[in-house]
Write a protein that binds this ligand. Structure first.
Ligand code: EPS
Length: 388
């Protein structure tokens, strides 16, 4: 069984991750892991914290001589800002003036009730999206496993606030990487940056949408057996499990609710002896099983709840109305969230892929994968009329 865990507080000493169940002998590109972390740190609309951090992956276990051993992989990403917060966060002696005014939309209030915490810092430190740095590190390792099977993922930003990119025929990933908001459409990019500037000037924050894609996933991954084996549920659940995410759509998503059945599906036809489909409204998943088309998810994130012009709230200690706590924060995290979303897609795909193809070493997984894909392609060959 493939699984992963993360631990770490935003201003604690480090983020920690464990990845268990990846096959042995997968060669790792360490620079690519750090590049993924750098991409998450960027994006127009980030706050001051990212000037302090310089995220990099340190391996503690599971890798030797640049290759996975098949044993659990243990990873650390240090928090540089811990040095500035030792007094608050030291595991033995940490403490300080309690945070008392919950931010509406953050975990502050619900978490205080749940864990019986009178200092909201004891909740927000783990709720913080700092933790997503570790998800990106673990997801970047999974990306190298998926790439060994020819599976690639991508993410681009499709909306920030009320600025929405037009539907693009093809996404230029170099333009995405070069864009400060990870949007490949220059005109929209300019409008997005202007919207972030305006929100910042108003002490406000902005949410948005991003699109995730996986190519090269063969038909047959996931299962219609049980609710928790359905690939759409597994992927959407993982992406929904990110901070700030409020909706995940598969393929055409909620648009199909308003369409008649005749316009909601992807019809089959034969072309040169092959089954083809002219559309991908299903987003590559039917009946909870991948169908061989690209897997496409569209994700909506809320504006983050820490506003410089604080929302009305209460002081839980004084029992009075009081503005929400203002802590250093970002204005817009949509570009960074798209990188985290891609990491979640990578992590969430790895389990079902390993469940279908198995393998204790990457060669065994690749052999199984190739044999299964060839067998599926040949499935109906013998039934086709032979051409004299
Ligand atoms: C966050 C608040 C900010 C963000 C942080 C998420 O941190 P700080 O309070 O230290 O300024 O920068 O995001 C990260 C640290 C990160 O690595 O993405 C929050 O409250 O969620």
């Amino acid at each position: 069984m493939f699984r992963y865990l993360t631990a770490g507080e935003s201003h604690g000493p480090a983020l920690v991750g464990i990845l268990d169940g990846l096959p042995a002998n997968l060669e790792l590109d360490f620079d690519a892991l750090d590049a993924a972390l750098r991409a998450r740190q960027g994006g127009y609309g980030r706050g001051g914290r990212m000037k302090i951090e310089s995220d990099a992956v340190e391996f503690l276990a599971g890798v030797r001589g640049g290759k996975t051993l098949g044993s659990p992989i243990a990873v650390v990403v240090r928090n540089r800002d811990y040095e500035n917060n030792r007094e608050l966060m030291d595991p033995r002696t940490g403490g300080g003036k309690p945070l008392t005014n919950p931010r509406p939309g953050h975990a502050d209030y619900a978490g205080a009730m749940k864990y019986r915490q009178r200092d909201l810092r004891n909740v927000l430190e783990r709720a913080s999206a700092r933790e997503t740095a570790m998800r990106v590190a673990l997801g970047a390792i999974c990306a190298q496993f998926l790439a060994a099977l020819g599976i690639r993922t991508s993410a681009h930003v499709s909306g920030i606030g009320s600025v929405i990119a037009p539907d693009l025929e093809a996404i230029d990933m170099e333009a995405v990487a070069a864009s400060e908001v990870r949007c490949p459409h220059p005109e929209t990019e300019r409008a997005m940056i202007a919207a972030i500037d305006a929100a910042k000037a108003a002490g406000d924050t902005l949410g948005g949408t991003f699109t995730l894609r996986a190519t090269g996933v063969p038909a047959g991954v996931g299962a219609n057996r049980q609710p928790d084996t359905r690939l759409d549920g597994v992927l959407a659940g993982a992406v929904m499990g990110m901070q700030t995410v409020k909706a995940v759509e598969v393929g055409a998503g909620r648009e199909v609710a308003a369409k008649p059945g005749s316009q909601a599906h992807d019809v089959f036809s034969m072309q040169d002896g092959a089954v083809v489909r002219g559309s991908n409204r299903a987003g590559g998943i039917e009946g909870g099983i991948s169908n061989g088309q690209d897997i496409v998810l569209r994700v909506s994130v809320k504006p983050i709840p820490t506003l410089m012009k604080a929302l009305p709230s209460v002081n839980l200690h004084a029992g009075t109305d009081a503005p929400a706590s203002i802590v250093r924060s970002d204005v817009c995290v949509v570009p960074a969230a798209s990188i985290v979303g891609e990491a979640m897609l990578r992590l969430a795909l790895t389990g079902p892929i390993l469940e279908k193809f198995g393998g204790d070493s990457i060669d065994e997984t690749r052999d199984n994968f190739e044999r299964a894909v060839a067998a599926a392609a040949a499935l109906f060959e013998t039934l086709k009329p032979s051409v004299p």
